[in-house]
Design a protein around this ligand. Structure first.
Ligand code: 3HC
Length: 318
């Protein structure tokens, strides 16, 4: 049996692929592509919410939002580490992002205009992320699957805190309810776009399914998200901005309207409302944090030099 044949047999037998295992170059390449984009999404994803930490309406809301944003940073670092197990350098991935050569989730290129956006992002964006990331816990690549287990636990908290903000506003004054509805209006369709193009237009889905990187297709995950979220919007007393959304008894799913793929691809190409602002903020933060990286590297070098001296001394004594 060829190496490819043995590899696919392991995949089909649900044996995890580990960093030191043989793998087709194309498998490695698509994992680096997806994991790097995922990591970039987590890091850039901090920006829309970071914008509201100093303006949270209470100390409790500020603490919860701060904790969530810190989680996202950790998710990004986790995922860069998973990408590094495939032989790439984190610095190179970050440089590609800063030079506008790397993708990250389209959703983070929309502005967070009101406090209700913190609710809509947690409820819808993290809700969509959970829908997409839970199956990734069963991804064939070991480090990625294991990273997802830890990340999904924290995403659940993210989604719940967002829904709680929406519930508080939806049960508040008329002005608060209007703010919640406005946020739902602006975040609903971009959240559906997070799942990627329709399966028929996706160049990667078929192969990623065969390799058990993806366990459900873009459209299957999107449908699950709509089916789970539509009743939540009804519970909130808010209206999803899609006149074609209706329950299809026969299918046991919701039918919903057409996504604006022209908007999606414009945002992916870098022409979204906040693309330039997001990359500028990332570059500025990276440059401002250079001294921390330099100090950590200097400490690590000093420590390893000291350990080398001590090892030599031990060798002489032994
Ligand atoms: N935004 C930007 N680009 C997107 C996209 C999106 N929402 N959806 C798809 N694309 C890009 C793909 O990267 C691909 O471009 P490439 O070939 O240059 O890489 C192209 O559009 C075709 O799309 P495919 O569906 O064929 O590509 P994939 O098979 O990679 O599927 C995906 C796209 C479903 C996003 C998949 O990559 C995936 O599941 N990634 C892991 C999860 C992830 O990255 N989620 C992003 C959000 S993370 C998040 O929300 C954090 C939370 O804490 C808030």
């Amino acid at each position: 049996m060829t190496l490819e044949g043995q590899f696919q047999a392991k995949i089909d037998a649900e044996v995890k692929i580990e960093p030191k295992d043989w793998m087709p170059d194309a498998y490695r390449k698509t994992l680096i592509r997806q994991i790097a984009q995922h990591a970039h999404s987590e890091i850039v994803g901090m920006l829309p919410e970071g914008n509201w930490i100093t303006r949270a309406p209470s100390l409790r809301r500020k603490m919860v939002l701060l904790a969530k944003v810190q989680d996202e940073a950790g998710h990004g670092l986790y995922l860069y580490s998973a990408a590094e197990t495939l032989g790439v350098e984190r610095e190179d991935l970050i440089e590609e992002l800063h030079e506008g050569k790397a993708k990250y989730s389209s959703i983070f290129n929309y502005p967070s205009l009101t406090w209700a956006d913190m609710g809509a992002i947690g409820w819808l964006v993290d809700g969509a992320a959970i829908m997409n990331q839970v199956p990734l816990c069963r991804c064939s690549y070991g480090p990625y699957a294991r990273a997802m287990v830890r990340i999904c636990k924290e995403e659940s908290f993210h989604q719940r805190q967002g829904f709680e903000i929406m519930l508080t506003l939806a049960q508040g004054s008329e002005a608060q309810k209007r703010m919640a509805q406005d946020a739902l209006n602006r975040w609903w369709w971009p959240s559906l776009m997070m799942f990627g193009p329709h399966d028929k237009d996706s160049p990667h889905t078929e192969q990623s399914m065969k390799w058990h990187i993806k366990r459900l297709t873009n459209d299957e995950l999107r449908q699950r998200f709509v089916d789970a979220t539509a009743p939540q919007a009804a519970f909130l007393g808010l209206t999803i901005p899609d006149p074609d959304l209706k329950w299809n008894e026969e299918k046991g799913q919701y039918d919903f309207g057409a996504i604006n793929w022209d908007e999606f691809w414009e945002v992916v190409k870098g022409n979204g409302p906040c693309n330039r602002q997001r990359l500028q903020a990332r570059v500025k933060a990276h440059e401002a944090g250079a001294w921390v990286r330099d100090a950590a590297m200097a400490y690590a070098e000093k420590r390893s030099a000291r350990e080398e001296v001590m090892n030599k001394q031990d060798a002489r004594v032994a």
